[in-house]
Ligand binder design. Sequence first.
Ligand code: ADP
Ligand code: ZN
Ligand code: ZN
Length: 733
Amino acid sequence: MSEPVLQIAIPTPLRRLFDYRPPAGADPAALQAGIRIHVPFGHRQVIGLLTGITQTTEVPQHKLKRATAVLDSVPVLSAELLELLGWASRYYQHPIGEVMLNALPALLRREAQPVWRGSEHWQLTPAGIAAINEGLKRAPKQAALLATLRARPEGINAAELDSEHLNWRPVLKKLIDKGWVEMNLRSTLPPPSANLLQPPALTSAQRAAVEQLAGQLGQFHCSLLDGVTGSGKTEVYLQLIERVIAAGRQALVLVPEIGLTPQLVERFRARLNTPVAVLHSALNDQERYAAWLAARQGEAGVIIGTRSALFSPLPNPGLIIIDEEHDLSFKQQDGFRYSARDLAVLRAQKLDIPIVLGSATPSLESLHNVRQGRYQHLSLPERAGAAVFPRFIIQDVRGQKLEHGLSAQLLARMQQHLDQHSQVLLFLNRRGFAPVLMCHACGWHARCARCDAHLTVHRGQHKLRCHHCGSEQRLPGACPECQTEDLLPMGLGTERVEEALQARFPDARIIRIDRDTTRRKGALQELLRQIHAGEADILLGTQMLAKGHHFPEVTLVGMLDADYGLYSADFRASERMGQLILQVAGRAGRAERPGEVMIQTHHPDNPLLAQLAAHDYPAFAETLLQERAQAELPPYASLALIRAEAVDPRAALDFLQAARQAAGPTGSDQPLLLGPVPSPMERRAGRYRAQLLVQSGDRQTLQRFLQHWLVRIEQLPDSRRVRWSVDVDPLEM
Ligand code: ADP
Ligand code: ZN
Ligand code: ZN
């Protein structure tokens, strides 16, 4: 029989697997799918991933290279994850090698034998235990080390060995070579708390949800937990997870980037009788690897993390939770453009475990799935505890003279609430001092040299900064066109509002939260701490303030500008605006003090605003769903967006035109191609951008079409001269 052929995923932009012969002398039993393997690739040795074994290959025998070495004895990707990632690679049309390798912690992608330094420890193997009585008379150091190891059956680490033996590493190596000792890795998760907090008595809606969900553990069910902010969704998760842990299983909890706060992790640790592994983007490679190990070894009963934590190993899967399922951050916006929420539903289905999608403002996609009977709907219509939902006031600001964006009515109300020693929260989704700098004498505007965009004035730092490409320059003292010194910052940013508030309410303590004030590590935590400690009167911020935080002392929320979402080119803008308004509103009014939300708008008669003000998210969503159905947009159609960019002004458009041609004639059963058109901001960071939209009423049709079409696009002569990408189910247009 001829040698088997290994199918290896390699991190390259090529959309295929690569065939290799097994490493010389490799034990056939060691060749399991999901292990890493060293292979020659071009002129380098790279770490690839074995995805499967076949007997045949199209590569001629003499060209078939031999893999160099097997790197793992246990697969780093389980069969279940291999299958999920394979599916994701096809669905999102992203090269399989990048998809597979990206699912691993960086250390495993880079190093053949990574070591979690904090946790190395050594233990006797069964052979080592049996070997104890054999003579080591001529190797007294080995005998002494063996004695130490025998006294420590649970294992011993480097620091402990240092205290008992000099220069033990070479001696230990001899024992390892004999097969008597093995090294293990232990993560360093804090053990569960000794005094776990007691759960509160559930409200009847919470109890109904927990009982319903608990009855479905052990099989696939997808549920939408639709509960207003503060209705106790997290409490439902906690009580459900308790049952999952009690059954010896693991729960995976995904939260938005911004929602993964130490307070949330603390809340989980204080309640759950299991180590909790945390995965987020601020971890270093070692920490990430440790959390991954803790998940894989089954040591962590709960894994809580942002988007990419979806790919955590789960040897004992029990439950998946997606909190704030409508949040944009679950979709990766570059490279492998996957939706962690959508893939999580698929993963749960393949694992045959339940998944809960929670939100106060569910995505239209999920609401649609509920209507189609695909998801179960559970609702928590009331706030937990004594809190009531805030009252909305729609403030018509047409024709009003605003004081730095604040209407007289909003200012008066702020005064009232401050007089009652409540906190006031103001929301403006624009950071910096002003979005535009204009010359009053000649009309010059400060524009980014590399983008079709204005530069934002950052007065505190004396900078003009582009929020799209990051370039910056000193704030000019005079107009570069006419040299007049009459430069006017136009429009509002949080920095400017803060300054105005300081002048208007000199005694108030103001805290501003946006990307500028929270850049430094730990800065956001410190500001949140001050807010919770009552060291602030006015909180002002961007959407960083809108999510996930509870501010019990806030009784008035002001939305300075609600209009941008009502009339935008992006068809999802109004959905997002509504979600944002309700999320911001959800920060107000707790317990004994009911809240108020004032929305400033130039469109007070807009029906969407009226529905939001009536706390009627279902009606709001219904209006939008009808619009989407009429326009044949998601969730009633599937989309893919091909984006291209190039330094040459025409190249991206020309390339997409050629791509469109390459699709051939489109019949009535084919997807619709719309464009190409220049992107909404055509030039960014010195490149001209264009896009081509593919729309189909049927997901499978779109998939089949993309598969054939992309192969042709790749063969276009220009496909290497422009940067291009495909985004399936795009969230941003
Ligand atoms: P959500 O996740 O829906 O925003 P949380 O679970 O965070 O809601 O609950 C909001 C607040 O209400 C928290 O302070 C929480 O401790 C409290 N809470 C939740 N459930 C109950 C309950 N059954 N009884 C009393 N307080 C509760
Ligand atoms: Zn000028
Ligand atoms: Zn720019």
